[in-house]
Design a protein around this ligand. Sequence first.
Ligand SMILES: NC(=O)c1ccc[n+]([C@@H]2O[C@H](COP(=O)([O-])OP(=O)(O)OC[C@H]3O[C@@H](n4cnc5c(N)ncnc54)[C@H](OP(=O)(O)O)[C@@H]3O)[C@@H](O)[C@H]2O)c1
Length: 287
Amino acid sequence: MITVLGATGNVGSQVVRELTAAGVDVRAVARRPAVAAPGVRPWPGDLGDRAFLRRAFDGAAAAFVLLPFDVTAPDHAAHQARLGESVVAALRDAAVPRVVALSSLGAEVPGGPGLAATGYLGSLHDQEARLATLDAYVTRVRPGLFLESFLWSADAMRAHGVHADSVDPDVALPMVATRDVGRAAAAALLDPDAPDVVEVQGAADRTVPDVVAALGPALGLPDLAYVRVPDGEMERLLRGAGLSADGARLHVAMNRAFNEGRVRAHGPRGAADGVLTVEEWAAGVAG
Ligand SMILES: NC(=O)c1ccc[n+]([C@@H]2O[C@H](COP(=O)([O-])OP(=O)(O)OC[C@H]3O[C@@H](n4cnc5c(N)ncnc54)[C@H](OP(=O)(O)O)[C@@H]3O)[C@@H](O)[C@H]2O)c1
């Protein structure tokens, strides 16, 4: 049996699918219960509740763990530390021998004061450090930017006919579909020789305008354009969209790290990398 955190999310749901297809029973953890299915036992509860999590991990041969974001949290680092410490303490309490952790490209870079160096990714650096204190075999899965993160802006794209962000238009990034991230994580869970770090880069590095050009028609917006807004303006737009001031600041700081090349893959593309191209992914969104 393997315990999967974030089991109803983009990546976790794919991990559950892959594991059950391989005949592995799963405890599916999320606050809103996962749908019960053959091999899937919903395990509803909050990652901040260490005792609950310990029960979720008890007897597990392995665990898939992640640190969910809450872009409305007034203090992102404190929110992530609270959940991250709870997850690591519960893994230790239950003596889980094998852990595959969802992290990110750029998590090797310390966030520095106020997580200014890499924005949101700084809290994943800190979580990798916590996981390293476990007496367990830990694999960190470090994907590139999720293509699904563009869908968060779909309503704004429809309302304004543009996609606004603060990534420079000529910066090519390792964009990856979460389907491929989940596959790589499940493969690591099932591989007794998986490495300490698995990068998942996506089929090719692509720019934000590339994604917008593919996604626009899929959303019924053939003229969708990308607008690179100044950093301060982007923070204002994000706050208007419901992010906390801290969340907006960290989003823009992360984009600055993309623009300046501080978030990047370190290895060549390999077997763990995504295969879905941006265009194939967008066709799936249209479907
Ligand atoms: N977006 C990107 O481009 C990107 C790139 C690289 C890495 N990442 C990393 O990927 C992770 C997010 O993965 P994802 O996209 O698969 O997440 P997601 O789709 O947002 O799903 C989050 C999952 O966690 C559960 N969850 C949220 N808060 C919880 C809590 N307090 N207690 C228990 N369960 C909780 C959610 O279900 P409930 O809400 O029902 O609890 C859901 O199952 C983040 O750590 C992020 O750093 C993201």
